[in-house]
Design a protein around this ligand. Structure first.
Ligand code: ZN
Length: 129
């Protein structure tokens, strides 16, 4: 597929190159926790473990995700329910992601915490809602 023209997997209705591609390929820092969260969802759809680890806060980051060795998830869509930023350095994003593994449909409803350090947002952890 031509990455120049496809719509972004995060569901923004923008072109991939104008949306999460800026962060996944362009090296730009996501300006808000919500954009980071969307780009991380897109990274899951593309199997970009490097990006997921790079945007994971060092205090909670796993050594690896082993995305390649797990049964591959087929990501079906993302809905951002809520984005709150109570102060400059902390934010919460609530979302619902739908995916299939081995033909079975799943729904992940998570409330994720993010911190901003040196003008970069990082994923810290999430609670299943
Ligand atoms: Zn996107």
């Amino acid at each position: 597929m031509d990455k120049q023209t496809i719509l972004c997997p995060c569901g923004s209705n923008e072109k991939y190159t104008d949306c999460c591609g800026r962060y996944l390929h362009g090296g730009e820092a996501a300006p808000t926790a919500e954009t980071l969260m969307r780009s991380r969802y897109t990274a899951y759809t593309l199997g970009r473990e490097d990006y997921l680890l790079a945007t994971w806060h060092r205090s909670t980051r796993p050594a690896s995700l082993e995305l390649a060795s797990e049964p591959r998830s087929k990501w079906l869509g993302l809905e951002v329910v809520r984005h709150e930023q109570p102060n400059q350095d902390h934010a919460v994003v609530e979302f619902v992601a739908r995916y299939k593994v081995s033909g079975r449909a799943h729904r992940l409803h998570e409330i994720s915490s993010f911190v901003c350090e040196a003008k970069r947002w990082f994923y810290v952890d999430g609670d299943i809602a």
